[in-house]
Each structure stands twice: as structure tokens, then as C-alpha cells.
Ligand binder design. Sequence first.
Ligand SMILES: *Cc1c(COP(=O)(O)O)cnc(C)c1O
Length: 341
Amino acid sequence: MQQPNIDWANLPFGYLPTDYNVRCYYRNGAWGEIETSSSEFINIHMAATCLHYGQEAFEGLKAYRCPDGKIRAFRIEENAARMQHTAQGILMAEMPTDKFCEMVRRVILLNERFIPPYETGAALYIRPLLIGTGPQVGVRPANEYLLLMFVTPVGPYFKGGFSTNNYVIVREYDRAAPLGTGRFKVGGNYAASLRANKLAHDNGYACEFYLDAKEKKYIDECGAANFFGIKDGKYITPKSSSILPSITNKSLQQIALDLGLQVECRPIPEEELATFEEAGACGTAAVISPIGKIDDLENGNSYVISKDGKPGPVSTKLYNTLRNIQYGIEPDRHGWITIIE
Ligand SMILES: *Cc1c(COP(=O)(O)O)cnc(C)c1O
């Protein structure tokens, strides 16, 4: 296997071309065979519903080269289930879990030489994409779909080690309405977030935080990650109909229970931020991004969560435990790992 000419240590979270992607078409009411492609392009009808009416869903997961030399992927079945849930949410064809997992396995193995070495802390990011490809001019779901998966090697999220970031509550924009598409992983939610995200970055913050759109009282989530706070031996995470159910968050809740913490899933009023001993944003990209402070520019409140600017002990323990499970260093007690071979 020829090694690609990649500077593993300095990989960004961006797109690098690899050898192959895999594709599967839904036509005449059924999914076809899984196809392998070496093209980075797709050829679709100009009236495809993904282009006009946002029939688009995606997923994101990672595969790791582990210290024992094996390749591990994390909770693939959960990504399959979430993509099915999203497909139901915007009336797209659902791919069965087995087929989804087989596509993940194939796209990883076909691009095995792009899996970063363990020591670099980088990983192979897998991006499943489901789009309505059939033409419609009136607003209706498509009759044809494409599920495509590509991979790209991505750098470690924390280049200088696990560290805190600052966030900002943005009130001028909502990413999702209470009965809207916030709980589905659709591109439209991201289109709605671009201005808020730019505002956060322009003001020097890592990411924007959203409050619930209806009352603007409770914490929803931040850009592309869920929120959790730690206090009094509890892991507390928001309950809301407009949050994307993060697989990382779900896993951290289980690990928190395993570590003897209590888990609470309930509305979190903004003012409660002042009471957390630790807090973090969680998602596949960073696992946990510990929060330094959260500013609310409108009312001038600044919730300083990490007094010394460092990640807290509970977040660090949660982070290390999840990472060690992903790398096969700690036992996989909950059946989260698929060894890719
Ligand atoms: C993907 C995503 C997350 C994180 O989910 P994971 O499954 O943990 O990667 C959180 N919020 C939003 C809005 C997302 O799109």
C-alpha cells in the first residue's frame, strides 16, 4: 500500500481528495447495489429536489487507526438510525442499517491508506450524504435518491492539547424552530446558522450558542455540538425539540453513569450557566470542547465557567474515557465499536 504524501501532523478539518467514494441509488422504490466511484463529482438532474427544496441529509463519523494496528469505527449503527430518522423527517428514502454499515466499511477499506497513523492524533472522517435526485418542480418529495459516502483525513481537533474555548449566545438568529427540523441532520439547519456562526467568529469566539427559539430562555445547543454542564456530581444536558441528538452526547451520558455521576436531561435556563463547575460542547469533531466562558452580548452577561482557563477534571475524565474506548485502549463495554476488516 503506497503511503499518500500527507503531512499528518498538520492536517486541518477540511477536504482532501482520497481514492474512492461509494454510492447507492434508490430508484423504482428500491435501493440498488453499492457502487464504487473514483470521481469527486456527481451528475444530477437540474430539477433535483435537493437543489430546490432542501431534500438533503448528512452524517459524520470517524474511523481510527489504533495502537493495536486495527481500524475501529464508533457507533456506526447509531449514525444509520439517525439518518433514517432524518429521512423520515423530510420524507426521503430510508437506507436499512445493514446496508449503511456495509457502505461505511467499504469506503473505509477502499481508502485505507488515508487513515492517519495512531501517533498523529488525526482520524479518517466519513461523510454520508443523502440527497433527493429525482426532478420535481412543484414542492413534493423526489422519487429517486442517492446515498453517497466519501472520506477525508482530518487533523486532531486540539493541536496544542485538550483546552478550553469561548462561546457566545447569539439572539439575532435562530437555527431551528421548536417544531422545525432542528432534530434532523439536514443542511438547511446549517444554512440558517451561517450568519450567526460568522458573527461569533468575527467577534473572536469559537462558536455560537443558540437559545430555544420560542422563549429565548433555555440553552439549546451550539453550532454543531450539543451542550453539557457539570455540577454537584451531575451531568446535565438540555432537553429540547430543536436539538440534534448527538451520538457523542449520548455516549458521554452513559460514561457519566458508568463513572458514578447522575445524568439529567432537562431544560437549562441561561442563568443556570453561572452555576456550573464545568461545561463543554460535544460532538464527533472534538469529542468534548471544554468551555472557558459563554458571553451573552445582548444583556452583557458573561458566564465564566473555567476560572483558571483549563478543562475541569470531570470533562477531562469523560474525554479520555471516550477516546480510549474509540482507540481500543479501554474495553468496549457497551458494544459501540466496529472493527473494520
Ligand atoms: C452532528 C451534530 C452534532 C453532533 O452530533 P455527533 O453525533 O455527536 O457528532 C450536534 N449538533 C448538530 C447541530 C449537529 O449537526
